[in-house]
Design a protein around this ligand. Structure first.
Ligand SMILES: CCCCC/C=C/C(=O)SCCNC(=O)CCNC(=O)[C@H](O)C(C)(C)COP(=O)(O)OP(=O)(O)OC[C@H]1O[C@@H](n2cnc3c(N)ncnc32)[C@H](O)[C@@H]1OP(=O)(O)O
Length: 397
């Protein structure tokens, strides 16, 4: 066998913070064996380089973890800071292997690579077909059926609060959805909530200083919101329950919002010492008028679904008992409309606003970065974490 040439191969992660790297070598693949030799291992590493399609972040993390376990043994390096998203994900994947023996890790690596045959590659790609089920991660579940790509917040025990990993998963899901075979893309939530907004522990668990955490948070937020501004297909929210914070402000960038009559819309930014994001400082006054937007964004007035509909944020409200059936029936019909026509019409509607939206997004992120470092914000988050205040409760409306 030829001498192995190690090198770092750049893999195909298309979203923000996407550069997962893992070593590959110059040889060919062996099929799964009962006991993988060093050569099988090296063959498998080379095969990774030859894969024609991106196997997806979850698989790449698994490969990285198994490679490290097989070569270095159990994870022995300090955990990266919370904002070092890629290295933290890699560290967690490696650390999760515990004391798995090197030989077993080597075998598992070979078997995993072997399973990435051309036929199995297709189902793990972002370019999945319109009738496939795809799961990007456990907290963000992506599926595609009947011409609709559904992106579901799936963290019901935490009211679907969005972690840093989930921001990344959503960006990836949107990137994939923009080129898949579906005609429209739909967001919804699992459980009783649509989404309770940013996970307030994202900042409290930051390993680096607050300054660094705020800088990185602003970068993630800007990129995240950009992916909604630029999304080319019709984007629909199926708001199954209460929505808080960024899950509300983002709705100003959606093309249609359907809500159950048990949904509420709450942006408690002043309570949190924060400021609006997702272009809502621009979209909300345009959608609902400046007086109502101020009440919502400055004073944190919680809107019922019917109020949100009356003020233009929601397209239509449905009774809870028939919500799912009625909305999905309608969406399946919409998804049969000519997709290019819908895409071109959306482009026309969005075109004149795009530059402005990007400007607003950048400014909101800069402002929020400063807010996250303020005493008002730090105290509010600490209050939530220590359960002195729950932001949903003091509101009377
Ligand atoms: C880097 C990007 C930044 C983007 C900027 C975005 C800003 C925002 O989104 S601001 C809005 C942030 N969200 C909130 O302020 C909501 C906070 N949560 C609450 O007020 C309440 O939890 C509730 C009203 C959403 C629900 O109340 P309740 O029905 O009483 O349920 P629990 O409080 O017991 O919640 C169950 C469970 O879920 C955890 N949780 C809920 N929301 C969040 C959250 N946003 N962040 C972190 N954790 C959340 C809650 O702590 C409970 O956990 P356990 O105590 O472990 O059961």
């Amino acid at each position: 066998m030829a001498a192995v040439t190690w090198r770092q191969a750049r893999c195909w992660c298309p979203s923000l913070l996407q550069v997962f790297r893992f070593p590959v070598a110059q040889v060919h693949l062996g099929r799964p064996t009962m006991r993988a030799s060093q050569q099988d291992f090296e063959n498998a590493m080379n095969q990774v380089k030859l894969l024609k399609q991106d196997p997806g972040n979850q698989v790449k993390l698994k490969l990285y973890a198994l490679y490290k376990q097989a070569t270095d043994g159990p994870c022995n390096v300090p955990k990266p800071g919370v904002f070092d998203l890629v290295n933290k994900a890699k560290w967690e994947a490696w650390n999760a292997l515990g004391s798995l023996p090197k030989e077993t890790a080597r075998q598992n690596y070979v078997d995993l690579v072997s399973s990435l045959s051309p036929s199995s590659e297709a189902s793990s790609q972002g370019t999945h077909g319109a009738d496939e089920k795809v799961q990007e991660s456990k907290d963000i579940v992506v599926s595609s059926e009947d011409g609709i790509t559904k992106i579901m917040f799936n963290r019901p025990t935490k009211k679907n609060a969005i972690t840093f990993q989930m921001y990344q998963d959503i960006m990836l899901a949107l990137k994939n959805a923009s080129t898949d075979n579906s005609a429209i893309t739909v967001f919804t939530g699992a459980g009783d909530y649509y989404c309770s907004g940013n996970d307030l522990t994202n900042f409290t668990s930051a390993a680096g200083g607050m300054e660094e955490a705020a800088s990185k948070g602003a970068v993630v937020l800007r990129e995240f919101v950009n992916s909604f501004i630029d999304f080319p297909k019709p984007l629909v929210a199926v708001v199954n329950g209460p929505a808080v914070g960024i899950s509300v402000t983002l709705l100003g960038l959606f093309d249609a919002v359907y809500a159950s009559d048990k949904a509420t819309f709450h942006t408690p930014f002043s309570h949190l010492g924060q400021s609006p994001e997702a272009c809502s400082s621009y979209t909300f006054p345009r959608i609902m008028g400046s007086a109502k937007a101020a009440e919502v964004l400055l004073f944190g007035k919680k809107l019922t679904a019917r109020e949100a509909c009356a003020h233009g944020l929601v397209s239509e409200v449905f009774p809870e008992s028939t919500f799912e059936k009625e909305v999905w029936t309608r969406l399946r019909a919409y998804a049969k409309l000519p997709p290019n026509s819908m895409r071109i019409s959306k482009e026309l509607i969005r075109k004149n606003e795009k530059e402005k939206l990007h400007e607003v997004n950048a400014e909101e992120c800069t402002t929020l970065k400063a807010r996250w470092l303020s005493d008002e914000c730090i105290n509010a988050i600490m209050n939530f974490v220590s359960r002195k205040a729950k932001l949903g409760r003091p509101q009377s409306s």
